[in-house]
Design a protein. Structure first.
Length: 298
């Protein structure tokens, strides 16, 4: 393995890692296997949109993405199936407690961290190869993404913003449970609206994260850091990102966010009918089967 991507694992709260580790959030049970089997190509396209990789970078980045996926397939997917089985049992019990939800969250976070730090050597190699014009292109991409965030979640009235947030939440709930009737949606909307509207804080966090990534890459380039120094710098940045929820200046916000999200999810589970729970059970079993099949190379 040589040089995987530093930005990718670093930005947007390790979105790459969730893309690989939790494709269930982006695909239905009939498409997880197809999506994962083409994940190396999709990941390369996504990365290239940020950096416009040159021909030399392109060759070894593709190889390193492929190697990472091979490691991930052979060592992680059965564990994901086990995690989904635990969640499936929790739902089958008829109730999901806040402690169980927080435990699931910690399990997902731990697996994300494992994947991030596994890629440290490759992240360092790519960071050392990135040119100033590529850093500039990445900054522009960040700016466009933030403009999109403002447009989707910060434009219009307060009610418009709550509606946009609710729609995003319902997209995920519909994926798990199927459709909700009008009465259920009304109750879910009320539960969603009870959450603090925090788009300004999320935008600030995004911008801070982007600023730190750009600063790291410029430091690597300007100071000509070696491999060990670059790995150390990326490790510290990743650690900072993963521990951000415990930072004194943001801990009250993140604690409230996690608490309100757990309450919203519990409201959703309590509202679901036996048919909707069965739908979720079947969908999760499809994901479990897909992860196990993928682990076998299928």
């Amino acid at each position: 393995m040589k040089k995987f991507n530093t930005q990718q694992s670093l930005f947007q709260r390790a979105r790459l890692l969730f893309l690989v580790a939790l494709m269930v959030l982006a695909a239905g049970c009939s498409t997880i296997r197809f999506t994962y089997n083409h994940g190396d190509t999709l990941l390369y396209w996504w990365l290239n949109a940020y950096l416009d990789l040159d021909s030399d970078q392109s060759d070894w980045v593709k190889k390193d993405i492929d190697n990472l996926f091979q490691w991930h397939r052979s060592t992680q997917l059965r564990d994901y199936a086990g995690l989904l089985s635990k969640m499936q049992r929790q739902l089958g019990d008829g109730t999901v407690t806040k402690d169980e939800l927080l435990s699931d969250y910690r399990d997902i976070k731990a697996r994300t961290e494992l994947l991030a730090f596994k890629a440290l050597p490759e992240l360092a190699d790519l960071a050392m190869s990135i040119k100033p014009d590529q850093i500039g292109q990445m900054e522009q991409k960040f700016a466009r993404n933030n403009d999109k965030f403002r447009k989707e979640f910060m434009s219009g009235s307060v009610d418009d913003q709550k509606k946009a947030r609710f729609k995003k939440s319902m997209d995920q709930l519909n994926l798990w449970f199927g459709s909700f009737n009008r009465e259920q949606e009304a109750q879910l909307r009320a539960a969603s609206d009870a959450r603090p509207l925090d788009s300004d804080v999320w935008l600030q966090e995004r911008q801070l994260r982007h600023k730190k990534i750009v600063a790291l890459l410029r430091r690597v380039h300007d100071q000509k850091l070696n491999k060990e120094q670059t790995m150390s710098a990326i490790h510290d940045l990743l650690r900072d990102m993963f521990d951000r929820m415990e930072a004194p200046d943001r801990k009250p916000f993140f604690d409230a966010y996690v608490d309100n999200t757990a309450k919203f999810i519990m409201t959703a589970v309590k509202l679901t009918t036996a048919e909707q729970k069965a739908h979720a059970q079947k969908r999760m079993q499809g994901w479990i089967n897909d992860f196990n099949a993928l682990a076998q190379g299928k």
